[in-house]
Design a protein around this ligand. Structure first.
Ligand code: KG4
Ligand code: ZN
Length: 362
């Protein structure tokens, strides 16, 4: 079904239109970065107000670009995320679907990230998702490998502390580089030498968590090194000294290396048809380069979303909605419930529970 996608779970207001075959016709994102930047993080109340103001504007623009007249399905993120922001999106989508008599489907934000590598922004239809797929979701809230099999996603590991994106944001905040920190650190790391600062990998004692991630030790070490360099915060964030650039390059390379550490073992266990990555950190240059190199060395296809679809967007929500609707998973526009926290939990171990059991209110 031709789908309208709406995403408002955090600090991006996004609207997209996808053709029946998953071709992306319109992909609009209104970023709130400027509104939240002075606070070095997202202010929930400001985010909700921005969504309320931006959604009608984006919808009108989407209509102008591709026409909403023949849309057959409305798909919206129902969680997890900031509850005020989610309520704006779900109420808006529910009212729109109800008023036009269109079917509605509420999708999990993670479900969106999981399908994003199969989308294209150059006018090609969405790719079929083969089975099984091993996929690494790395964002501000997630750092986990999932196996995706016949439409069911199971988490295979998790982070014991900070998510990958969170670590980039916290290091950048300590250095006074601004928010969100991931893209800024990524850009500055290009100018440094990644070999200068060697970091020791974490040791996780619990044998069940052998494949888990842990980034908070690295974060503390990097911030301590930055302190020694008088860089917390940097006196002139626009021109960090070479030692700081080397520190950022070493930090980025270490995160990329650790993210790939469980890959050999997970590929041996699950024999995936391809390996994918998604979420904001999947836009990181070092992560992309390392994954691509790994794929070449192992003769396994690596599928990365276009960089514009790594961060939050509505095209992925529209696509997840199309797949959900094709399975008959529709929601009542008078009763769609948003949820701030995932009703599932990423667990460790090779037999993680499916992450999309019946959602509350479904
Ligand atoms: O997927 P996303 O937009 O939102 C969540 O669902 O969390 O991811 C945002 C996160 C932020 O922590 C941001 O700093 C990080 O992804 N990020 C990056 C890059 N681009 C975004 N981290 C490292 N390198 C990047 N190029
Ligand atoms: Zn996200």
């Amino acid at each position: 079904m031709k789908a309208l996608g709406i995403e408002t779970s955090c600090d991006e207001t996004a609207v997209a239109i996808l053709e029946r075959d998953g071709r992306v016709r319109v992909n609009l994102v209104s970023s709130q970065v400027a509104a939240h930047a002075p606070y070095l993080g997202v202010v929930p109340e400001l985010a909700a107000r921005h969504h309320l103001e931006a959604l009608p504007r984006l919808l009108a623009e989407a209509d102008r670009q591709a026409g909403l007249g023949d849309v057959e399905l409305v798909s919206v993120t129902r969680g997890p995320g900031l509850i005020g922001s989610l309520l704006v999106g779900t109420c808006f989508a529910s009212a729109y679907a109800w008023a036009r008599g269109l079917p509605l489907t509420g999708v999990d934000h993670l479900e969106g990230h999981l399908v994003s590598p199969f989308l294209d922004l150059e006018g090609a239809p969405a790719r079929e998702i083969p089975s099984p797929v091993l996929t690494l979701v790395i964002s501000g809230g997630h750092s986990s490998y999932f196996v995706l099999e016949e439409g069911v996603a199971r988490p295979l590991n998790r982070t014991r502390d900070d998510a990958a994106g969170e670590v980039f944001d916290k290091v950048a905040a300590a250095l006074g580089l601004g928010y969100p920190g991931g893209p800024i650190v990524d850009r500055l790391a290009e100018l440094g030498d990644p070999e200068v600062f060697p970091f020791t990998p974490p040791r996780i004692k619990d044998p069940a968590g052998a494949l888990d991630f842990s980034f908070s030790g690295l974060k503390t070490t990097v911030i301590r090194e930055a302190q020694k360099l008088g860089a917390t915060p940097l006196p002139d964030p626009a021109h960090p000294p070479q030692r700081v650039l080397d520190l950022l390059a070493s930090f980025r390379a270490t995160v990329a290396k650790w993210l790939l550490a469980p890959l050999d073992e997970l590929v041996a266990r699950h024999r995936p048809r391809l390996v994918a990555a998604s979420g904001g950190v999947a836009g990181n240059r070092a992560v992309r380069a390392r994954l691509t190199e790994w794929g070449r060395a192992h003769g396994i296809e690596i599928l990365l979303p276009p960089v514009a679809l790594t961060t939050d967007n509505a095209a992925m929500i529209a696509r997840a909605g199309q797949l959900r609707a094709a399975r008959g998973e529709l929601d009542d526009p008078r009763a769609l419930v948003a949820y701030p926290r995932a009703p599932w939990k990423a667990t460790s171990g090779p037999t993680g529970k499916p992450v999309f059991p019946r959602l509350p209110g479904a």
